[in-house]
Ligand binder design. Structure first.
Ligand code: MF3
Ligand code: CO
Length: 249
């Protein structure tokens, strides 16, 4: 069941998502070769503390950290550790907040120092595919319009979209209906309505779309070891079209 949000609820969801955005933009400033993924986790958690918000992922199904840090061939749900980021790595940073009764969720993938041209192209295409999906988040469109826009952008560039993990509705729960695949057909699926909040999150691999989960039970990696990128925004559907909640300003 898809839960529509009232304007006052969107105000609350916006407030939490802005804290997520603040944390991710601080991480953008702090990222450099030599920093550990655990330090990034502490920085993100520090922003939550400072704002009186709860990190949404910590304790979620037993996940032990505030942030997910997915390096190179790690797709999503990489766990912070003493791993030192190296020049040329790419790292996905996924952060969630619970604030005023609502969840916020957003992710970016950043180059560490100087990444290869192909890695940078992967990041650019993945972010573009997110925005192509967001542009379809309008009342009267269909869920499949978002999925098809993401998939089209990715495959035109020669990359592949992960099938085993999808985006989601978000609100009083971190994961609500509908599921939002990053692949699908225009015109299919439920009708999009004013008051929906959608976490759209393309996960894009340079090689095969196939993934596997490591024995830690969390870390998802590409089956062929190719690079992977992940971008995510929480987006409210309004009469004026999509409003990206997880953005600073
Ligand atoms: N953005 C991810 C999601 O929507 C993050 C979840 S990580 C977890 O599910 F640790 F909370 F599971
Ligand atoms: Co999400």
């Amino acid at each position: 069941m898809v839960i529509l949000k009232q304007p006052d609820e969107i105000v609350k969801a916006r407030a939490g998502n802005r804290i997520v955005a603040e944390a991710l933009s601080l991480l953008c400033e702090k990222i450099r070769p030599g920093i550990t993924t655990r330090e990034l986790d502490r920085i993100a958690e520090g922003v939550a503390e400072k704002r009186g918000a709860k990190p949404a992922f910590k304790g979620y199904r037993g996940y032990p950290y505030a942030l997910c840090t997915s390096v190179n061939e790690e797709v999503v749900h990489g766990m912070p550790s003493e791993r030192i980021l190296q020049d040329g790595d790419i790292v996905g940073l996924d952060f969630g907040i619970y604030y005023q009764g609502f969840y916020g969720d957003s992710a970016i993938t950043l180059p560490v120092g100087r990444a290869s041209d192909e890695a940078i192209r992967l990041l650019r295409v993945t972010e573009e595919s997110l925005y192509a999906g967001i542009r379809e988040a309008c009342p009267g469109n269909r869920l499949g319009d978002i999925s098809a826009a993401v998939q089209g952008t990715v495959e035109k560039a020669g990359f592949s979209v992960v099938r085993d993990f999808v985006g989601h509705g978000i609100g009083k729960s971190l994961h609500e209906d509908p599921q939002i695949p990053n692949f699908g057909k225009k015109g299919r699926g439920i009708e999009l309505k004013k008051g929906m909040i959608l976490a759209i999150e393309p996960m894009v691999n340079a090689g095969t779309y196939k993934v596997k989960v490591l024995s830690d039970g969390w870390t998802v990696i590409t089956q062929d070891g190719s690079l992977s990128a992940h971008f995510e925004h929480s987006v409210a559907i309004t009469d004026n079209g999509p409003e990206i909640l997880s953005k600073v300003n």
